[in-house]
Design a protein. Structure first.
Length: 319
């Protein structure tokens, strides 16, 4: 509601009653001086540095627009049914059980990301990239504890230049108060960049390509595996995480995985085949601790379908 100044006639009558006609000219000068001072103070609002806020005459008092960007949204959905993913001919799950939608008791999770969104993600520049691995993490697992109770945020440095940093927060409130944009649950790590997010969206089925890279490391040459994975599109620290995971799986699950090489990823009821389940049991925790971002904690569909109730329901938005 626009606030109008008092009618001139009312001001004149008030002035006569209070000052008398003799002081009328002086009152007019005093009134308009005070009016200007209080009007300027109102424009300053709560800015402690004294700079003028954005303001125009069409806005209501107390409804000044703020330059605040609403980024990715974490949906609090409960009672979700079915499987979430992007199944293909190699998935194996019964048709109709899995799709890129989760139907829940209090809403629906159905994120959609087009080519333009993926291209825009790749334009962002990470100013604090993760360090490369210098050891086999599976030889020292206690050094890489998994933290599922933390949150990874994109902290925009320059929106026009599209530069950002990654930062881990203990709570969502701390993340929001710091102006962060949630990019996945758990701590930030080697695969938490926006480029890694773009790659997950762009390549729903990474299982077979990673297996092929793994075959190049059967003699124990980790660098050949890393190079192969980088050529797929992974950033090097993230490629190292995947390479060590592949070699660890080969060591602990090699026999069963060779037997199931041509078999579907999942059984018809949605359970994982023995090879993939063996990988999850032997390497899952360390992989997730090192990678940071995975499909489940970032809400991205894959050819490997996951129960909707196990997904983090994030709708990504960074600009």
């Amino acid at each position: 509601m626009t606030r109008h100044p008092p009618h001139p006639v009312l001001k004149y009558r008030f002035a006569i009653c209070f000052f008398g006609e003799y002081d009328m000219a002086r009152w007019i000068v005093v009134f308009w001086s005070l009016f200007f001072i209080f009007s300027l103070t109102g424009c300053l609002g709560d800015d402690s540095d004294g700079e003028l806020s954005d303001w125009n005459g069409d806005q209501e008092v107390g409804d000044v627009e703020k330059d605040e960007f609403e980024g990715s949204q974490l949906l609090e959905l409960t009672g979700c049914e079915g499987f979430f993913g992007a199944p293909n001919e190699k998935t194996g799950i019964e048709q109709g059980l899995c799709g890129p939608v989760c139907t829940c008791e209090n809403g629906e999770f159905a994120p959609e990301y087009d080519e333009a969104f993926v291209a825009a993600l790749k334009e962002w520049v990470l100013l604090n990239p993760p360090e490369e691995l210098t050891e086999d993490p599976y030889a020292n697992p206690d050094a890489y504890p998994r933290r599922d109770d933390q949150f990874c945020a994109v902290m925009v440095e320059d929106r026009e230049q599209k530069t950002y940093r990654l930062q881990t927060f203990e709570t969502l409130d701390e993340l929001k108060n710091a102006g962060g944009i949630l990019t996945h649950t758990t701590a930030c790590a080697k695969c938490s960049s926006l480029n890694s997010l773009a790659f997950l969206i762009e390549m729903p089925d990474q299982t077979d390509p990673l297996r092929e890279c793994g075959l190049k490391g059967l003699g124990g040459d980790i660098e050949q595996v890393v190079t192969c994975i980088v050529e797929l599109g992974f950033e090097r620290p993230c490629a190292q995480v995947n390479a060590y995971n592949i070699l660890n799986t080969s060591e602990h699950c090699g026999t069963i995985c060779m037997q199931l090489l041509a078999e579907p990823y999942q059984n018809e009821d949605g359970s994982l085949n023995e090879c993939i389940q063996c990988d999850e049991d032997n390497a899952g925790d360390i992989f997730r601790a090192l990678a940071g971002r995975a499909r489940r904690n970032a809400g991205i569909p894959a050819a490997l379908c996951r129960p909707c109730e196990n997904m983090t329901h994030i709708v990504h938005k960074y600009e």
